[in-house]
Design a binder for this molecule. Structure first.
Ligand code: NZQ
Ligand code: ZN
Length: 385
């Protein structure tokens, strides 16, 4: 196991009927900017419940944060936050709204070109000026409710941003707020969480038994509840397990002291930027093919994954690895998520554009061994076709 530091300061407020407690969690004198997306939280009453809980505080609303939140939109929110002397941000929505809110927290008082935070990192941000934030999560998928990452879309590409002060102070996770999600978004959430675990687990063996067994537990849970919660959105227990699985998939715990991959995500971000394919769907396209191409480097963990998660014990090593990859692909397909690039609105020749974008974004040494060069990414995408 590698050395590590682990600290996660987010207070999780989990369960039914907890929105009124926001009143106790947000400072009484706070001037609050409530950020939301395209309107689902308005339509289904979550926004009303949140503003009611905020009582007499000075509250300003900012709606219209799109899926794959755009830099330009977020900067409009940052301008309002500054003008209104906002000192607390409350995200009400899915990963896009939570991520967007983190970027607003960094950008509002940043003196300089805020776009550079996307490609130069956040070291230049004065940490005393970052706004505190919290979330009411309405979509179980990204883990953004309990991590310090944000992904922001800009005309130059999709960029990951990180700052330790971007952990939400608290996140309300009420599974019943997610009952209104369209089936496809629930399936996306299952796949995104599944791939988050795999990016931190299907790498090379590091004798990290706790992390491995947590990872296997999350994967098994997602396999158990995935189809159930897509089919029966109001089965509270199934949905509650999905919500907590997704949070634990990317709150840092299973990634402590182990090698991490993230190549599927980096290639996936280029597919979203180029073709507009939903985040989770890009992962379902890339990961099975990446495992085929990188099966030698991942051999030990692919075998462990096959045996412990899918109970594959028969056949030669190569047959077991093939079976593990097939099971994974079938699982994604069973949820209604297509796993071939040709199933989406893309042409084979466009793979050239994806490779050029990876090069432009310096994504030329990906994976746990930094061996996924553009040539290997091309092989992966051609196999994914
Ligand atoms: O915009 P509204 O109207 O709210 O509708 C949203 C949106 O259309 C809808 N929705 C959300 N909650 C709902 C609901 N509809 C009905 N009922 C509800 N309760 O769902 C649609 C998708 O929402 P979005 O927030 O875009 O989805 P998701 O949570 O999957 O977030 C995706 C974004 O997160 C990033 C992705 O790259 C992408 O930009 N990621 C963030 C990560 C992180 N912060 O750690 C890691 C992930 O790997 C990922 O990259
Ligand atoms: Zn993801």
């Amino acid at each position: 196991m590698f050395n590590f530091d682990y600290r996660n300061p987010t207070h999780i407020v989990f369960g039914k009927d907890r929105l009124a407690e926001i009143d106790k969690l947000v400072p009484q004198q706070a001037r609050v900017l409530v950020l939301y997306g395209g309107g689902s939280v308005k339509k289904f009453g979550t926004l009303d419940a949140v503003t009611k809980a905020l009582g007499n505080r000075h509250v300003v609303e900012f709606g219209g944060i799109e899926a794959n939140p755009r830099y330009e939109t977020l900067m409009k929110a940052a301008v309002i936050a500054k003008a209104e002397h906002i000192d607390f941000l409350l995200a009400v929505g899915g990963g896009s709204v939570m991520d967007g809110t983190k970027f607003v927290a960094l950008a509002t008082h940043f003196e300089g070109d805020t776009a550079t935070l996307l490609w130069n990192g956040t070291a230049a941000v004065d940490s005393s000026k970052i706004l505190p934030l919290a979330t009411v999560a309405t979509l179980p998928a990204t883990g953004s409710e309990m991590n310090a990452f944000a992904v922001v879309s800009h005309p130059k590409g999709k960029f990951g941003v990180h700052h330790p002060q971007c952990y939400p102070q608290f996140s309300v996770l009420d599974p019943s707020l997610t009952f209104t999600l369209p089936k496809i978004q629930v399936a996306n959430g299952v796949v995104d969480a599944f791939v988050h675990v795999c990016e931190q687990y299907v790498t090379y063996a590091a004798d990290a038994r706790i992390q491995d067994r947590f990872a296997e537990g999350i994967l098994q849970t997602l396999i158990e509840v995935g189809a159930v919660t897509v089919a029966n959105p109001e089965d509270y227990d199934a949905r509650a397990n999905l919500v907590w699985a997704a949070t634990n998939a990317l709150n840092g715990l299973i990634g402590t002291g182990v090698p991490q991959d993230w190549a599927t995500h980096m290639i996936g971000h280029e597919l979203t930027a180029r073709f507009g394919i939903d985040h989770a769907q890009t992962l379902a396209i890339v990961m099975p093919s990446l495992w085929q191409v990188c099966r030698e480097q991942k051999r030990t963990k692919l075998l462990q994954y096959g045996e412990r998660v899918w109970h594959i014990t028969e056949g030669s090593e190569d047959e077991r690895i093939d079976a593990a990859i097939s099971k994974t692909r079938e699982f994604f397909e069973s949820l209604g998520i297509k796993t071939r690039l040709r199933d989406y609105d893309a042409a084979k020749a466009d793979i050239n554009d994806i490779i050029a974008a990876l090069e432009a974004h310096h994504m030329t040494k990906l994976g746990e061994h930094q061996t996924i060069t553009p040539a290997v990414s091309r092989q992966i995408l051609e196999l994914a076709w």
